[in-house]
Design a protein around this ligand. Sequence first.
Ligand code: ATP
Ligand code: MG
Length: 421
Amino acid sequence: MSHDSKNPITVCFISFHELALKGRNRSVFEKRLRDNLEACLKASDIATGQVKRIAGSLTVVVHDPEKAGECAHLLAQVPGVTAVAIAYKIDRDWEHICEVALKACREAAPAQGAYTFKVESRRSATDYPKNSMDISREVGAYVLAATIDEGASVRMKNPDVLISIKIVGGSTYISTLKIKGIGGLPSGSSGKTVSLLSSGIDSPVASFRMIKRGSVVLGLHFSGRPQTGSESEHLVLEIGQVLARTGGLARIYVVPFGDIQREIASIVEPSLRVIMYRRLMLVIAEKLARSQKAKALITGESLGQVASQTLDNIVATNEAVSMPILRPLIGTDKEEIINEARHIGSFDISIQDADDCCTLFMPRNPETHAQPKQVAASWELLDIEEMCDRALASIEVHDFSTRFGAHKMLSQQASDTPGSL
Ligand code: ATP
Ligand code: MG
């Protein structure tokens, strides 16, 4: 395919900051990001070329220019990506550069009225005869001469249209549109975790934060089934679809927990029930995590948000397990969590009504400051090992690994998988 000014090739230009800081690890992180981007594109129906490394960035050719926007938005959701620019790729012919810069400016300009623009350039090819300053100034003058009658003017600070020109090797990339990426680290660079995932607002956000930091997350949901219906499970699986877009969610396990809760409710005094449910959930999660070679648990707890999340109660549940419990929302206000849930796309799912195990056998006055002695005494009354084994034997698995990133980590499993896995 020729790539002069008449037939520019459309590419996505992918930037990643944090990876660049990783010193000797950089190439490993970069390869992982590239693999994840490739897999993300493969799972979509957008026809593209291969993801290639060009002068410290990654680029991919989008065969159908109409799909460039969709492609850029998709790639911007991949952890590790800080920005995606949609660019025209052409040769280094000076006339072509000016013409395509003008075309890109007109396409990005508002449909009506005056507007401002600026040209910024970077020349990685040192054999190019003009330096960056000259390129910006001369292209700027060319574009201005052609657009001044259309109401355009040059502005250095906050222009309406920013024309970015990069000359790399034998090619020039010209873009005006840049989409912010989610940032963070590529999936798979921070190990595997098990996230206790309810259909509420908080735990999907907590999971997202850990996915963004490069962890491959296995979701674990406790359903109230058979004492309740399976509504919460449907919602959790819908949330799973949203989280899977990042490539960092590998699968969701569902444990029918209703009968075990009923037994706990019949043995333990009402005020301590919730703490016992939570402790048992953590014990089951830890056992699952060990069998899947996951190294930590995640919850959506936020200090003091509800009765079960006072410091005393967090201590009382925490000590049931020895594995680290990551609580990415512990210092985050509900309002911030809601905003983040909206941004991720899980909020509208989470606010739908569903009975889950949290609403089952709830005491009227749950303990807010659990005393270690009382907790230990109630815990003693339960056959934890038997309950744990029973829960793991009835566990159900929903895979999200067909997408990308996570599927590699999923295959690195231990053989001593519990129950029916
Ligand atoms: P969320 O909005 O995440 O449900 P919440 O504010 O309702 O949180 P709690 O009900 O106290 O708070 O739950 C605290 C944490 O315990 C949750 O964030 C989640 O990590 C875990 N959890 C609660 N219920 C379940 C469940 N049914 N299945 C799996 N994990 C759960
Ligand atoms: Mg909840």
